[in-house]
Design a protein around this ligand. Sequence first.
Ligand code: NAP
Length: 285
Amino acid sequence: MAQIIDGKAVSAAVKQEVAEETAKLKEEKGIKIGLAVVIVGNNPASRVYVNNKKKACEAVGFQSFEYALDENTTQEQLLDLITVLNRDDRVNGILVQLPLPAHIDEKKVIDAISPDKDVDAFHAINVGKIMIGKYAFLPCTPAGVMRLIESTGTEISGKQCVVIGRSNIVGKPMAMLLLHKSGTVTICHSRTQNLKEICLGADILVVAVGKANFVTGDMIKEGAVVIDVGMNRLENGKLCGDVEFESAEKKASYITPVPGGVGPMTIAMLMKNTLTAAKQQAGIE
Ligand code: NAP
């Protein structure tokens, strides 16, 4: 039976580290750290995420600046706001909550954020830096996954790592981070053939598909570390991952639950990136 990886505990430890360093920076150098969170429209899930990010800012001692814009905000108005935030010294990090309404081009908005304040690490410059391994910010969800794997004491070097999903925000950077740690990485997607066989070879399996209970226990190698990034809302309102937990925990050595696994890590790593941004802008790192 697998040991459960406690994402809440690991994320609390990350936030504690950030809070301590934030307090020290304020006390010793008078630096105050600020995160601007921009939300456009009334998507209820986005509202929950934004509220959680604001709460996390308060918990670690950051100022948070919320910009809640109307659904009908134009792309130009949003780009103008980004320009203002790029120049605002109180703002060390800028986060634009995705998805944006259909009439706004997400890529244009992300690329308007100063790479130095791009704490989501979605800007093309930061994506390129991740590719060559010379990064300041890591994308929050994959970075959180790495920290969870690290918490199990599992050595990644030389291991067969399988990532299911190739999105720009999860799958691709996830694969890159595992590769930087010298894992032998396979990326799977909707056209992959023999998915079950590939998964059965995985010592470390990261699942980011967005389909409830997609990976079942018979696809998991005995003793594998299984990380479930998926967050799916079932008809009964319950949150569920991409991995069928009950059958998977019988095979895995370590497994993340949903909720309480990867989810809390994403916000903790966002706090860490904002701290890093503030230090770099102050010339400390
Ligand atoms: P996404 O952009 O929809 O990507 C899903 C990926 O899954 C795609 O690459 C797709 O392949 C692949 N896929 C779909 N069906 C497949 C199949 N039958 N076999 C193999 N691969 C298949 O999703 P995402 O943004 O990466 O997010 C994935 C999940 O993680 C979602 O549930 C999301 O809610 C969750 N998430 C959680 C957090 C967190 O903080 N916990 C953060 C971000 C995302 P193609 O490329 O071929 O279409």
